[in-house]
Design a protein around this ligand. Sequence first.
Ligand code: GTP
Ligand code: MG
Length: 200
Amino acid sequence: MKITMAEYVKSINTLEQLPNENIPHIAFAGRSNVGKSSLMNTLLNRKKLVKVSSTPGKTRSINFFLINQAFYFVDLPGYGYAKVSKTMYRDWQKLMESYLSSVGQLKAVVHLFDLRHPITQMDKEFLAWLNYYDIDSILVGTKADKLSKNKLAAQIDSNLRVLDDEFGSNTSVIAFSSVTGKGKDELWSLILEHLKTTKK
Ligand code: GTP
Ligand code: MG
């Protein structure tokens, strides 16, 4: 994928601030610290366009990046960070649900989980949310460089088994690393496929 431009546009805290151009969105979601910002930078061949956090759980707004004048990359706030208060959690839920339920240009959500750990209850809840709103998801396992080949295959297998039980049999996972670039081309081709769909 040739990136001719990638530019931070804005951060929003309510849906009224949503950018109003009628261009497609690809959103990125997952628990806090899973490697979302790093993955977006890797896809865009940038080192620091999307801030990589030293303090997890800080991203509370939805951040928009305009790519090639043609579509938005949308950085959704991470979830599951232990130190978040109940009020912050409710604000997060409200913002996420209003975004997921009302943005017609949303073509797919790239959903990240850390390959070293089992899928969490919150991951499952988030995936159930996407199912409920009939939003396509692309499942990505991050930090693949931290696992041996065997361990990687085993982790993918066991996570897929959990997901199959919960969501049916057509789930697949892209193993990704922002350190080695593993999975980058595969993920781009799926994203481009979803950008072409006209379902919504
Ligand atoms: P929040 O925005 O706080 O929710 O975090 P995030 O999901 O955007 O994660 P971020 O990209 O900021 O990465 C969190 C930490 O994981 C950083 O220390 C990254 O350097 C590290 N990290 C991210 N991706 C990878 C990866 O593929 N491999 C390795 N080894 N480390 C990674
Ligand atoms: Mg981030």
